[in-house]
Design a protein around this ligand. Structure first.
Ligand SMILES: NC(=O)C1=CN([C@@H]2O[C@H](COP(=O)(O)OP(=O)(O)OC[C@H]3O[C@@H](n4cnc5c(N)ncnc54)[C@H](O)[C@@H]3O)[C@@H](O)[C@H]2O)C=CC1
Ligand SMILES: O=C([O-])CC(=O)C(=O)O
Length: 294
């Protein structure tokens, strides 16, 4: 397959000069660079893109949950989904904007409204959870990060982030398991706190986003055996009423090639999954309802 080199980065969107298009962010103190596309230029920017990465939206401040970003970012993501549905309906869409658990369903619902939803081409980027997990685990076990691979499943916020440490092939004490699990689930909060009002993870997200995009581009070009955990439309948890779920996903020329199952988990991890499912279900429904009502 020949790839169109047109990969669009949509944070460069002129919200200031496009009244009524973006959300009203005038009350938010943001250091963002706001340059780029006006509404009519957005179509041109997206036209015929194969891969669209969406990191547009506001980041957290200390004390906020990712869900607290919903009111602002839901509208932003919906607007970008509408433009994408018209300009590049067959593209692969990589959603970084938070809350990912809700923005992915928002994007999907908009594509559905336009009759162009392809579940194989919509991805919530959860790679940062995987990077964090391998970083924290390798530090505890005295290994190099590249030697440690943690299957992180579920969603991308707090208790919905479920690291399956038992699948690493390493052993942990109960204290290590508790501490690592908590740090992986709430690593984003640590960064938000440390940045003290100036935003959330940026460089590590750039690394994570680049890793996922790079993996997808390789797979689209026909490279085999590319597997990344990502939050996709998935059958894995539908029996619990959860339509989107992150597990290892094999990527291919059509986007999603094969969704892996959760795999073997221990009793501790079973409890983590049990805690994640209702929260995830609520976050997903919130996204679906938003598009239905707006
Ligand atoms: N999925 C993940 O693992 C992660 C997600 N995030 C999320 O990514 C998003 C962006 O974070 P940062 O880049 O740190 O924030 P930032 O404030 O540095 O950048 C946000 C960008 O969004 C653009 N933007 C704002 N309103 C827009 C609109 N109406 N339409 C189009 N673009 C708009 C701004 O121009 C700016 O370029 C946040 O929602 C954050 O929570 C951040 C880190 C990790
Ligand atoms: O924590 C945040 O708000 C940003 C994010 O998603 C992360 O760093 O994992």
């Amino acid at each position: 397959m020949k790839l169109n080199p047109h990969v669009t980065e949509l944070s460069l969107y002129d919200i200031v000069n496009t009244p009524g298009v973006g959300a009203d962010l005038s009350h938010i103190n943001t250091n963002s660079t706001v340059v780029g596309y006006k509404k009519d230029q957005l179509h041109e920017a997206l036209k015929d893109a194969d891969v669209v990465i969406i990191p547009a939206g506001v980041p957290r401040k200390p004390g906020m949950t990712r869900d607290d970003l919903f009111n602002t970012n839901a509208g932003i993501v919906k607007t970008l989904a509408e433009a994408s549905a018209k300009a590049c309906p067959n593209a692969n869409f990589l959603i970084i904007s938070n809350p990912v658990n809700s923005t992915v369903p928002i994007f999907a619902e908009v594509l559905k409204k336009h009759g162009v939803f392809n579940p194989k081409r919509l991805f919530g980027v959860t790679t940062l959870d995987v990077l964090r997990a391998s970083t924290f685990v390798s530090a505890v076990k005295g290994k190099r990060t590249e030697e440690v691979n943690v299957h992180v499943i579920g969603g991308h916020s707090g208790v919905t982030i479920v690291p399956l440490l038992s699948q690493t092939g390493l052993t942990f004490t109960k204290e290590q398991t508790d501490a690592l699990t908590h740090r992986i689930q709430f690593g984003g909060d640590e960064v938000v706190k440390a940045k003290d009002g100036t935003g959330s993870a940026t460089l590590s997200m750039a690394q994570a986003g680049a890793r996922f995009a790079d993996s997808l581009l390789k797979a689209l070009n026909g490279e085999k055996g590319i597997v990344e955990p990502t939050f996709v439309y998935s059958p894995v948890a539908t029996k619990d009423g959860v339509e989107y779920f992150s597990t290892n996903v094999e990527l291919g020329p059509e986007g999603v090639a094969k969704i892996h199952q959760i795999g073997k988990v221990n009793a501790f991890e079973e409890e983590l999954i049990k805690a994640a499912l209702p929260e995830l279900k609520k976050n997903i429904q919130k996204g679906v309802d938003f598009v239905a009502k707006n």
